[in-house]
Design a binder for this molecule. Sequence first.
Ligand code: NDP
Ligand code: 2IT
Length: 446
Amino acid sequence: MSQAFVEEVMQTVEARNPGEVEFHQAAREVAESVAPVIDSNPDLARMKIFERLVEPDRQIMFRVPWTDDAGEVRINRGFRVEFNKAIGPYKGGLRFHPSVYMGIIKFLGFEQVFKNALTTMPIGGAKGGSDFDPKGKSDAEVMRFCQSFMSELFRHIGPDTDVPAGDIGVGGREIGFLFGQYAKLTNTYTGVLTGKGLEWGGSLVRNEATGYGLTYFVSRILQDAGKGWEGADVVISGSGNVAIYACEKVQQLGGKVVAMSDSGGYVVDMEGIELDTVKRIKEVERGRIKQYADEHSSAEYHEGWQGIWTVPCRVALPSATQNEIDETAAKSLIANGCIAVGEGANMPSTPEAIKVFQEAGVGFGPAKAANAGGVATSALEMAQNSMRLSWTFEEVDERLHGIMDAIYEQCAGAAEAYATKGDLAAGANIAGFLKVAKAMMAQGLI
Ligand code: NDP
Ligand code: 2IT
């Protein structure tokens, strides 16, 4: 019965969203986890909760014209998919990357609905972005692009409607340009975006939150295995916002980060990555990870990002992009001693890789749960904006830590109650689904 439900629902999803393979992948994973729960709850089936959840509330696509520094007119595509607001205003990041198309934004928006439900905060799910590539663009070009992007997006968002934030290619610089344009067009000053600068409405810890939260979550997995960070070799893919602050917290807790990467390749430093160098190269110079090896004689650079999964480690934290760990990479990690995987990126492991981890008994922290600290802290930023005050670093960090523990417990609890003990991936899908489903049941057929 459950499998028949999955196939039926997926047939519709695939027919209605042709070619959107990442969205199909994300929807199938959740469908497989929640099908037995729906099977044993006729009300959820009768009200077609899951069938409604895979259909976004609204998807917006628009033209973003801008002028480059040479005076040439450029045209990109902008997206915002407002997926579900049963438990709060739409909330989710913006991704600027040349690979962006509707299928990527929809997979991310769909995942965001369940992730946001797990945070314990009142936020619905959305995602947006553009196929604009900020790499190699001047600050002035990025500003003109962001202003043009917001000239359309502003009419769809608002502090009580839809609150975007950063994701790949969107950091503090981009949020600043987007916020400035929104404030000008609407003549308001509100918490319409999160990830703002500390001087203009941002929250302490938001910049660090995804990486810190990921590390807190994986601490719980290691604890279950009777292990800790002390003396652990850790491999972190990516060298952006999530990877950098995961590295910082792992090092604070006594782990040794031995490899990091970008889309060009990876560096291995068996003496432990010197994070100040990575921060300078990536956050200040906007350079490449390759430069790290030029500055540290203990480090080696290897071309190609996939090879990072052949580096021996106790813990792997994929924090770059979707589908970066396939079956072969998963097997190689296990053969080299990996006992825990925490997903900092969204959907970084393919379904085949997840199966390999679970069959080998590797502790697996799924993205929806493990990387939810970023959006949870965005919700804390919204709370501070509404109250027009700001909490200290320690206060926000403590709340973040408490939220990550609460997420872990929801996942572990739902896994034990409805799936298999310890299956945090199924637990995350089920716990997130049940919270949204209850709200949708209460609010009628809308
Ligand atoms: P950044 O843009 O700061 O960094 C992204 C990093 O990943 C860069 O090192 C980039 O390398 C690498 N990368 C991006 N695309 C690819 C690719 N196709 N192949 C290989 N490497 C790639 O983004 P974030 O750190 O913010 O985001 C990383 C991941 O974490 C994403 O999956 C995002 O959705 C997820 N996430 C982010 C949150 C946040 O708060 N920022 C919250 C929760 C999840 P290069 O510079 O060469 O492109
Ligand atoms: O994937 C994510 O959760 C994010 N990019 C953060 C979203 C947010 O609204 O802070």
